[in-house]
Design a protein around this ligand. Structure first.
Ligand code: HEC
Length: 127
């Protein structure tokens, strides 16, 4: 009985525990890091990216295309991230992100939820 109770509690608690990286994030890890120790790699670190202007880290060299988009006020809201992840070179012609894109909407949504769970310092935000 106690075992059952403990199991049930674990099930209830699991969704509150910080979400693990979705499988799709493996496609990004060659070039990106996220979290408290994240550094810029080939691509910029992704802490706090959801909701901020595109191309806005001071210590990363973005493409001219990304800087032009930033200067015209483009932000990484969910809609723009979705379009970028589907076809990066279509959303932002001239981007230096060498990634073909991904088609599955559920995969993209899970990815954005995961990115949104980190603040600008790489700390986890409660869901
Ligand atoms: C081959 C390397 C590579 C891969 C793979 C890659 N990226 Fe990128 N990413 C980059 C580069 C380089 C940039 C900067 C692009 C620019 O300046 O035009 C970038 C930019 C970004 C940005 C904009 C960041 C900002 O500060 O504005 C986001 C968001 C992003 N990538 C997310 C992802 C995600 C999520 C994946 C996996 C689905 C991914 N990237 C896969 C190299 C990569």
């Amino acid at each position: 009985m106690r075992f059952l109770l403990v199991s049930a509690l674990c099930l209830m608690v699991t969704p509150v525990v910080a979400q693990e990286a979705p499988p799709a994030f493996n496609k990004c890890l060659a070039c990106h890091a996220i979290g408290e120790d994240a550094v810029n790699k080939v691509g910029p670190r992704l802490n706090g990216v959801v909701g901020r202007p595109v191309g806005s880290l001071d210590d990363y060299s973005y493409s001219q295309a990304m800087l032009a988009a930033r200067d015209s006020g483009v932000e990484w809201n969910r809609q723009n991230l979705t379009r970028f992840f589907k076809l990066p070179k279509h959303f932002l012609p001239g981007t230096s992100m060498a990634f073909a894109g991904m088609t599955q909407r559920a995969e993209i949504d899970a990815l954005i939820d995961y990115l949104a769970s980190f603040d600008a310092d790489g700390a986890r935000i409660a869901p």
